[in-house]
Design a binder for this molecule. Structure first.
Ligand SMILES: [Zn+2]
Length: 441
């Protein structure tokens, strides 16, 4: 396939054909995009050195598999000196985004105008895939300012698709409901826990979410599906609570790329012209298809901060077989946890997300958080703090969690208000439900 120039490369028509063609044709197109990407990345101080060490000449790259020879890029590399990652080209940053800095400090990510167009295209094709139509009204309950990129990505993607964006921003259930009632959106984009709170707020104020005209929810920031691709308890609550088809998405500011599920809801499709995705084990070796490992992304075509083999620290699986939706591109399963948050428990791999999902299945718990502490034995000490009504019995919760997780955490009960105060304290973009008091290595 001949590679079109960037402006037409990011068109819906050529994008769809790249997703419907076979693997050979798609990978030939990706190889050319990878060569160009490596050429630009190779002008930065960081990659010039790295490429020299392995003797890489981007123009001589013969296959996508050669990507594995290149070194991985860690988030810590970016924190140490991200200026070393800027290409030695005369590029102007049109927007400066900041990573959320949940692990380590926030990093500045400069977006050129092409990067912003690339990002808009990413979201346009994702919204297109889940059936959003031109003129359809979409309520954006996500942060659009504070140097946050995801909200801007959704907004520009919707505008490019021809849909109608309602830039409500995060928080304030009363404002969101006012907009739902007066502007009649049929789609909401937001964080799962907030969308659930929004449904509850409606019910408490005599507004039935299932009759609000919302057909689709697009969620961000927290997984709504388990490793087996079925909905998490929260995902199920959202679908039932709103009577709306619910899609999960995944992205990170450094990736300048996001995945959104298709109607088959069997993982988020990889955008072939925007990224190469690998799943690796702890030694850096690719894991077999369908097995969990760390997600490593090379975001093709990025100009401002062109990363190569960026380690996300997130764990998921890749499904390479063609999808029942008709697209041939691989899909990334839901995020199963963060490597840095993996809990040491004898004989079982456990992430905070597994505990969250198990708690979500227990009725009567209004709010909760999880703490991990290092213990003299090899296993971590896990404490679950729950807030709930009188019927909530710590011993019963502990028993249920043990049955589900094969791990027996300590369970403490506090008032719902106390628990909410902890998870919302210093609230940034996400509510904090996991507190890690283990020594960071
Ligand atoms: Zn699909």
């Amino acid at each position: 396939m001949r590679i079109p120039p960037p402006t037409s490369r990011y068109s819906l028509t050529s994008g769809i054909s790249l997703r419907e063609c076979g693997k050979t044709e798609r990978e030939a197109a990706q190889l050319e995009l990878l060569r160009r990407h490596l050429e630009l990345a190779g002008t930065s101080e960081f990659y010039r050195e790295k490429f020299q060490q392995v003797g890489l000449v981007p123009s001589q790259l013969r296959s996508l598999a050669e990507l594995h020879k290149l070194p991985l890029t860690e988030r810590a590399d970016l924190n140490r000196g991200h200026g070393c990652f800027f290409p030695a080209a005369d590029l102007t940053a049109t927007d400066l985004a900041l990573t959320s800095g949940t692990t380590g400090n926030a990093v500045t990510v400069p977006y050129t105008s092409n990067d912003l167009e690339r990002l808009a295209y990413n979201e346009m094709i994702a919204f297109f895939r889940i059936g959003i139509k031109p003129g359809q009204r979409v309520l954006l309950c996500v942060t659009l300012d504070r140097c946050f990129i995801a909200g801007l990505a959704y907004y520009t993607g919707l505008v490019r698709l021809g849909a109608t964006a309602i830039r409500s921003g995060a928080g304030s259930p009363s404002r969101q409901w006012e907009l739902i009632r007066t502007l009649n959106p049929s789609v909401i984009v937001g964080v799962p826990t907030f969308l659930w709170q929004l449904a509850q707020w409606g019910l408490e104020h005599g507004l039935d979410p299932t009759r609000a005209g919302i057909e689709t929810l697009v969620t961000i920031g927290e997984p709504i599906r388990k490793a087996d691709l079925t909905l998490t308890p929260l995902g199920e609550m959202l679908e039932k609570g709103w009577g709306a088809k619910t899609y999960g998405s995944y992205g990170a500011t450094e990736l300048e790329t996001a995945f959104v599920e298709c109607p088959a809801t069997a993982g988020g499709h990889v955008h072939p012209e925007l990224m190469l995705v690998e799943i690796i084990d702890e030694t850096g070796t690719p894991v077999p298809d369908g097995q969990p490992g760390e997600v490593v992304v090379t975001p093709l075509g990025v100009e401002g901060l062109p990363l190569v083999r960026f380690r996300t620290g997130d764990v998921a699986r890749l499904y390479p077989e063609p999808c029942s939706c008709g697209w041939q591109t691989p899909r990334l399963g839901p995020i199963e946890g963060r490597l840095a948050q993996r809990l040491k428990c004898r004989g079982t791999t456990l992430y905070p997300e597994n505990i969250f999902q198990a708690i979500d299945e227990i009725p009567g718990i209004a709010a909760y958080y999880v703490e991990a502490r290092a213990h003299f034995s090899l296993a971590d000490e896990i404490t679950v703090v729950v807030g709930g009504d009188e019927a909530v019995e710590p011993a019963a919760i502990q028993e249920r969690l043990q049955a589900k997780l094969r791990v027996k955490p300590e369970v403490i009960k506090r008032s719902p208000a106390e628990v909410v105060a902890v998870i919302e304290k210093g609230s940034g973009r996400k509510m904090k439900r996991f507190f890690d008091f283990r020594k960071v290595e």
